[in-house]
Design a protein around this ligand. Sequence first.
Ligand code: GTP
Ligand code: MG
Length: 203
Amino acid sequence: MKAEFIISNTRVDKCPQEPIPEYAFIGRSNVGKSSLINHIAQVKNLAKTSSKPGKTQLINHFKMDDKWYLVDLPGYGYAKTSKSAKKTFQALITRYIKERKNLINLFVLIDSRHEPQKIDLEFMQWLGENGVPFSMVFTKIDKISSNELNKNTSKYKKKMLMTWEEMPKTFITSSESKIGRLDILNYIEELNKQLGGEIRKLF
Ligand code: GTP
Ligand code: MG
């Protein structure tokens, strides 16, 4: 698979203008967005990763097979950044999601090790209210047992179904153990197919 870095920026109007479909990865800082992009692209340092939260600070476009974009975004909810930095990231993410016409689906990454987190539930609620299509991606499953994984995903399901009629599409991944790549790629392929050439109509 061809994967090519195109551009990083803070402004939605400076993002690539080509009318091709795009899929963005979002979630709390350190959840593994950039690592998952590298795993999917099978290129080690395509997106920059770090053990410290707050690494990705820009909107990063990667072109895949000359046909579609993968987008790496800054994380939300990083406790140690200043209030003003948080607001800046929040505004950047909000504007990107609301204004970016190419965006076909958001992949919301959730750390599989934790109990359902308020910030993630609220974020997905907001996506629902704004009619933004999204899927859930549980990350870092190499760090827990399959029992724990089942327990944590069930808890999420229970919480989600308190406000949603059905669960969004869900993926299970580990960039470390190389799990989940094809499931996500097949889903993107399916969405690309459904779209056909219709993306132009969005512009
Ligand atoms: P920000 O850019 O700061 O928002 O973080 P991010 O969501 O892009 O996370 P990143 O991919 O930089 O990964 C954060 C840390 O988690 C790094 O130390 C990664 O090596 C580690 N990590 C990411 N995915 C996995 C995984 O599947 N398993 C394990 N064990 N570690 C992972
Ligand atoms: Mg990152």
